[in-house]
Write a protein of this length. Structure first.
Lengths: 185, 185
């Protein structure tokens, strides 16, 4: 079940470095893009950075709307995660062609993808120079959600292999999140 | 064995989101700091961003030297990775107190940590506003290295559990990198 995550803890959803799907919407167009280069940069305010290349359709939608959503897909979604990174959404609605079910976000216009492990609704902090020079977008997390089957007591506990997160290596090859280990305190 | 990685492929060393150890050196002082918030942002030039908080000793050394090294530790180093994130290096040489063996980097002054899976030597691209506002450092990767027991033919293949990378959840709890999965092309 999708449950709300306090913004102070939103970083925990992506702290282990999963590959994400960025969704976006502007006017009557929407898109989804695979993005490995998304990272938390602050707890409070909850803040992330994301690389969104200049030649992508997502970049256009994000620049118009000032918003996007970070969806954290599971291993079950492996083929879709790979496919969403290979085709542009300029000429087709990728959410339709990839048969991705969505539900509305609570604050941003970008849709949230069903079946993911976590979701971060993000509003851009305008940094034109940074966007131009490095394709890097700073964004405040304005709402955060997790699947409470895997995110339990503010930490990840993956029960089944198909629930694990994906971590991109190259081409269609990914690592999944592995075992939990605990350091001596 | 530590082997050179072409800069064009340096991003692959951290693309799966491992927690890292940032080493630094300036004048006669050096330090090591656990850092989960390090990410590739470009292939060519090979470039990363790293969050280095304003109140850390690493920040001082990095601002003086303009350099740092990103070390990718293995599960075998779990206790050290956790410990290096808990204490400041201002009053003690953490590399000594944590018994971390080092070797010289090829270009930067920061030491490289023995036993890691990969190393990125980084030179800061000055972005004072970004550093001040977000504690975010952009850096060019000027040399990259990997342990060829785990990084084979430009991709990660962890043979033993103790060789896997660590991905921080919270406190002393980490996920290790898991199984390899391949998408349908």
């Amino acid at each position: 079940m999708r449950v709300s995550v306090p913004l102070r803890r939103a970083y925990k959803l992506i702290n282990h470095g999963p590959t994400t799907l960025i969704t976006s919407r502007a006017e009557d167009r929407r898109n989804v893009m695979t993005a490995a280069w998304v990272m938390a940069i602050d707890f409070e305010p909850a803040r992330v950075v994301a690389v969104i290349a200049a030649d992508t359709f997502t970049r256009k939608l994000v620049e118009v709307s000032g918003e996007f959503a970070v969806n954290v897909p599971t291993a079950k979604m492996l083929d879709v995660v790979y496919a969403a990174g290979k085709v542009s959404g300029e000429d087709e609605d990728k959410l339709t062609s990839l048969a991705l079910a969505t539900s509305p976000a609570s604050i941003v216009g970008a849709p949230l993808l069903e079946g993911c492990a976590a979701w971060l609704e993000c509003r851009i902090v305008p940094e034109p120079q940074l966007q131009e020079r490095y394709d890097l977008f700073v964004a405040d997390v304005v709402a955060a959600w997790a699947d409470d089957a895997s995110f339990v007591e503010s930490t990840w506990r993956f029960e089944r292999d198909e629930d694990r997160t994906l971590h991109h290596l190259s081409g269609g090859v990914f690592l999944t999140s592995g075992d939990i280990v605990k350091a001596k305190s």
